[in-house]
Write a protein that binds this ligand. Structure first.
Ligand code: UT7
Length: 338
C-alpha cells in the first residue's frame, strides 16, 4: 500500500477588513426597568457585571433583520454592492428558524442573490470563527469577498423570570467585509480557535433541538431558555481568553506592547479586568461597550469592532487584538493589522 502524500498546507493570500457595520434595536431596557420585574437591583447588576442597559428587538424584528441592517452598513463602508457579495456567514445562537440558516434570510433581505450563505454556531466566539472561515475562503481564492455577521436576538431565549440570566443579555448585530489585501492596506495577522465540548453543560439552551424537541403542549417550557452556571463559566472565560490572547499575539510574532486596542467579548467587566491585568495591556487600550448593550453573544465583538472603527479608535497600521469566549465551550482570538 502506498504512503499517503505528505500534506502541505495550501498558501493563503493575506486578507483584510474593508468595512464594518453594526445595528442595535431602538428599545433600551435599563437595570431600573428590570428591578420592576425580577428581584434585582441596579447596584447588583452594575457592580457584578458593569452592565447598565441593553437593547431589545421589536416584535417582528428577527435576528436576520438585525444582521441585514449591520451588513448593509459594512458593505457601504467597504464600497461593495450587495449584489457582488460571494459569501455570507452569520454567526448566531438565536437563528430566525432552526432551518434554513439565518444567513439565507439575510441574503434575501440585502439582495446578495449570488452569495453562498450559511450559519456558524459557536456562541460568543462565533464572529471570530466566521472571520477565520472567511480568511481561508477569500485567502484561498475560492471567493472574492465575504460578509461575516454576528447577530443575536437573545431576548427571545432568555427566561425573563430568572434574575441569574435575564439581566445579562441583549440584542444586536455587527458585520465586517473581508477582501484580499493589497500591499500596505492592512491584513489579518493571526487567528486562533478552540473548543472544549466536555463543558457543554455549563452554558446551553437545552430544548428546541433533536435531544429535546419543542412541545406544543408546553410552549412555556423553561428548557427552551438559556441556562448558565455563571461562576464556573466565569473561571473558564478568564483562563481561556487569556490563553487565546497570548496565542494570537505570539502567532503574529508580536508582544502585548504592540497591541493598540484590545476588543474583548463583552460579557462581564470583571472578566475583562482580569484578562487585562494578566496580559499587561493598558486599561485605556481596551474597548468596552457592555454598559450600553450587555452581552450580545456572537454580536458583541463585531459591534465593538465597528464602534471602535467608527469612533476613530483604530488607525491605519494599528494592531487590534480581538478575543472571545462562549458556550461550547468555545474561544477564539485574532490580530488584525488595520
Ligand atoms: O458570554 C458567554 C460567557 N458568559 C460569561 O462569561 C458569564 C460569566 N459569569 C458571570 O459573569 C458571573 O458569574 C455572573 C454575572 C453571571 C454572576 O456573578 P457572580 O458574582 O458569579 O454571582 P453568583 O452567581 O455567585 O451569585 C451571587 C449571589 C447569589 O446569591 P447568594 O446565593 O449568594 O445568596 C445569587 O442568587 O447573587 C445573586 N444574584 C443576584 N442578585 C441580584 C444572581 N443574580 C442576581 C441578580 N440580582 N440579577
Amino acid at each position: 500500500m502506498s504512503e499517503p502524500a505528505a500534506s502541505s498546507p495550501k498558501e493563503i493570500i493575506p486578507v483584510r477588513i474593508a468595512g464594518t457595520g453594526s445595528y442595535l434595536p431602538e428599545r433600551i431596557m435599563t437595570n431600573h426597568d428590570l428591578e420592576k420585574s425580577v428581584d434585582t437591583s441596579d447596584e447588583w447588576i452594575t457592580s457584578r457585571t458593569g452592565i447598565r442597559e441593553r437593547r431589545i428587538a421589536a416584535e417582528g424584528e428577527h435576528t436576520s433583520h438585525l444582521a441585514a441592517k449591520a451588513a448593509e452598513k459594512a458593505l457601504e463602508q467597504a464600497g461593495i454592492d450587495a449584489a457582488d457579495v460571494e459569501l455570507i456567514i452569520v454567526a448566531t445562537i438565536t437563528p430566525d428558524t432552526l432551518t434554513p440558516a439565518t444567513a439565507c434570510y439575510v441574503q434575501q433581505h440585502i439582495g446578495s442573490l449570488r452569495a453562498v450563505a450559511f450559519d456558524v454556531s459557536a456562541a460568543c466566539s462565533g464572529f471570530l470563527y466566521a472571520l477565520e472561515l472567511a480568511r481561508h475562503s477569500v485567502g484561498s481564492g475560492a471567493f472574492k469577498n465575504a460578509l461575516i455577521i454576528g447577530a443575536e436576538k437573545l431576548s427571545s431565549f432568555v427566561d425573563w423570570t430568572d434574575r441569574n440570566t435575564c439581566v445579562l443579555f441583549g440584542d444586536g448585530a455587527g458585520a465586517a467585509v473581508i477582501v484580499p489585501s493589497t500591499n500596505g492596506d492592512g491584513r489579518i495577522l493571526s487567528c486562533q480557535l478552540g473548543t472544549d465540548g466536555a463543558q457543554a453543560e455549563l452554558l446551553n439552551i437545552p430544548g428546541g433541538g433533536s435531544a429535546c424537541p419543542v412541545s406544543i403542549d408546553a410552549p412555556s417550557d423553561k428548557l427552551a431558555f438559556l441556562a448558565m452556571q455563571g461562576r464556573e463559566v466565569f473561571k473558564h472565560a478568564v483562563n481561556a481568553m487569556k490563553k487565546a490572547a497570548i496565542d494570537a499575539i505570539s502567532a503574529a510574532g508580536l508582544t502585548a506592547k504592540d497591541i493598540k486596542l484590545l476588543i474583548p467579548h463583552q460579557a462581564n467587566l470583571r472578566i475583562i479586568d482580569a484578562i487585562v491585568e494578566r496580559l499587561e495591556i493598558n486599561r485605556d487600550d481596551v474597548f468596552i461597550n457592555l454598559d450600553k448593550y450587555g452581552n450580545t453573544s456572537a454580536a458583541a465583538v463585531a459591534i465593538a469592532l465597528d464602534e471602535a472603527n467608527r469612533q476613530g479608535r483604530i488607525e491605519s497600521g494599528d494592531k487590534v487584538l480581538l478575543v472571545a469566549f462562549g458556550a461550547g465551550l468555545t474561544w477564539a482570538s485574532a490580530i488584525i493589522e488595520w
